[in-house]
Design a protein around this ligand. Structure first.
Ligand code: SF4
Length: 418
């Protein structure tokens, strides 16, 4: 019997707008079988297909491949009208699995799959289209294909660790996630306080031994911690001190330099000139004075100093952000394999760090209405979350943990929510 799908994101809509953005940016791995299947198609002399080679090796010694891209960044099978030529001529079944699944992620959670989303897709960020629950049939089909594609069943995946040296069963991981989702959906608070409460819960969770806390005992424990955190978490963002200039300033901006980048020619990004450019931009971010480097095409001319000015948070912005964090939490996209194998608490901290990133970036989009500015910022930041190899580097993860352990994350969340 195949593994069922549960907890589909009920607040989330999506339809493909055929903008072609993913066909310019996706770096998914494809198998040798998929490569041979595509090479066997009658694509010779098709004017819409770029000349060979259509595939590049996924890495030294790897038997897998990646789709090649044209000099302008587009996939070799992307037509002038932004359509996939493979789908146009032969149907969706011949496309590489990674392209068929985007922007969804299917994440095993013991006896079921959960559905995550990449908000780097502009349609997902804007909540455009039909409710995701309408796509359930397609997603069930894709979950079966995924099991064939990776050669193992969903129930063979181990649960993420709460932290190194500790373990929870899948049902207990789901209990913790359920509490986090309930906190984020509790509209009695502004979104920023809900996330500060999640951080407080992570701090207590990180000091807890879970050996004797399972099932109902864990549920009772989580309820008790949740109500204690409700009482202890400062009520207003203004009640928190500003971030420390070093740990919440310089180090935060170093990470901003990674999260806000969006190269136009993503696939030509390995030239020496571009690498040097990244180093210079990184240094300018760390310095945090003068003009912000134009690391994505949406950034206007703006100074770092301008982005430290309070802009206020409209309640409608909370709705957009709530949708983003609920999908990320409910799908378990924030820990384990979808987020560089981070344990549960560290993965939660890395997810919440995206809030000050998003709110910093949205301040730059002065020509957009507030909600659209937040959606644009989510699209850029989520392009990196769980996917940018730089965020998997141990020193970057150490940096994130250090900021969380010093209490800088709460301060950053509060500071950029003003
Ligand atoms: S980025 Fe999203 S909307 Fe655009 S083509 Fe890809 S899936 Fe469709």
């Amino acid at each position: 019997m195949s593994t069922p799908l549960r907890h589909l994101p009920v607040m989330q809509n999506w339809d493909c707008r055929t903008c072609g953005d993913c066909c310019r940016r996706l770096e998914g791995v494809i198998t040798d079988i998929e490569k041979r299947r595509i090479e066997a198609l009658d694509l010779a002399n098709d004017p819409e297909v770029a000349p060979k080679p259509w595939f590049t090796a996924a890495g030294r010694g790897s038997t897998n491949w990646k789709l090649a891209h044209r000099p302008d960044g587009g996939c070799v099978f992307l037509t002038a009208a932004n359509h996939c030529r493979l789908q146009e001529r032969f149907g969706a079944d011949v496309k590489p699995f990674v392209c068929r699944l985007f922007p969804f992620l299917l994440i095993p959670a013991g006896d079921h799959w959960r559905v995550g989303m990449r908000f780097s897709c502009p349609s997902a960020a804007a909540n455009h289209g039909r409710p995701v629950v309408d796509a359930e049939k397609d997603l069930v089909h894709l979950s079966r294909l995924l099991e064939q594609h990776v050669g193992r069943s969903a129930d063979s995946a181990p649960p993420p660790l709460p932290q190194a040296g500790q373990q929870l069963s899948w049902p207990d991981v789901c209990r913790v996630v359920q509490v986090l989702v309930e906190i984020v959906q509790d509209r009695g608070d502004r979104l920023e306080r809900r996330l500060r409460k999640c951080l407080a819960l992570a701090r207590v969770g990180g000091k807890t031994q879970f050996d004797n806390l399972q099932g109902d005992r864990l549920s009772k424990y989580l309820r008790a911690v949740r109500s204690a955190m409700d009482a202890e978490t400062p009520r207003e963002a203004a009640d928190l001190p500003p971030p420390d200039p070093m740990f919440g300033g310089v180090l935060f901006r170093v990470l901003l330099g990674i999260y806000t980048r969006r190269d136009r020619d993503h696939h030509g990004a390995r030239s020496l000139r571009r690498s040097l450019g990244r180093v210079v931009d990184g240094w300018r971010f760390a310095r945090g004075r003068g003009h912000v480097p134009r690391v994505n095409e949406f950034l206007p001319e703006i100074r770092f100093e301008d982005l430290e000015q309070s802009r206020g948070m409209l309640p409608e912005m909370d709705e957009t952000l709530e949708r983003y964090y609920v999908v990320k939490l409910n799908s378990l996209q924030f820990c384990g394999p979808p987020n560089f194998d981070l344990p549960l608490w560290a993965g939660l901290e890395s997810l919440i760090l995206t809030l000050p990133m998003i709110l910093w970036l949205r301040r730059a989009f002065t020509d957009l209405p507030s909600v659209q500015a937040v959606q644009q910022a989510i699209q850029i930041v989520d392009d990196h979350f769980g996917g940018d190899p730089m965020l998997g580097f141990p020193h970057v993860q150490y940096l994130q943990r250090m900021m969380a352990q010093r209490g800088e994350l709460e301060k950053l969340v509060a500071w950029y929510s003003r």
